[in-house]
Unconditional design. Structure first.
Length: 160
């Protein structure tokens, strides 16, 4: 199964066709949090794909917009994934899925957070048991907390 098929099967459960529209890419859009928010805040359904400088590839999906000022949002459809492990991490029901703050990029609460000026500052992952179903601490990043970004892409998702 390809990486795209792996992610798509979780989003639509094989019922519909999915279209991906690139909204933001750090290597092309300067890596600043305000550019992320300008390009992505009005989109309802987004997929975040991230590659670290050490080759770790992971991301997240949400049906909620990134618009908000220091706001946490519930989204029972949100999930995280590791492409290196081809593994999905579901949201623990009842927990907040994402955090919206103009000074950060994408922030999946208890999963990963992208700092402002992410190309220079990178991001971090979180310990297990904090909102997403993970077996060990910092599982998205193979046991490491902090990371530097090679590239980050945000896609608008349309299901037809």
């Amino acid at each position: 199964m390809s990486e795209l098929e792996f992610i798509s099967s979780k989003i639509h459960e094989n019922q519909y066709e999915i279209y991906f529209n690139l909204l933001y890419k750090t290597s092309e859009d300067n890596g600043k949090s305000f550019t992320f928010h300008n390009n992505c805040d009005s989109n309802q359904t987004t997929l975040i794909l991230l590659e670290t400088k050490k080759g770790c590839r992971f991301g997240g999906f949400t049906n909620r917009t990134w618009r908000g000022h220091d706001e946490e949002k519930v989204d029972n459809d949100a999930f995280l994934f590791s492409l290196n492990k081809m593994k999905i991490f579901n949201l623990v029901r009842g927990n907040k899925a994402i955090g919206c703050c103009p000074k950060f990029g994408p922030f999946f609460i208890g999963g990963f957070k992208i700092f402002g000026n992410c190309l220079a500052n990178g991001g971090c992952t979180f310990m297990k048991g904090l909102n997403y179903e993970m077996d060990r601490d910092f599982e998205l990043k193979n046991g490491e907390e902090n990371f530097k970004i090679k590239d980050l892409e945000v896609y608008d998702i349309k299901i037809a």
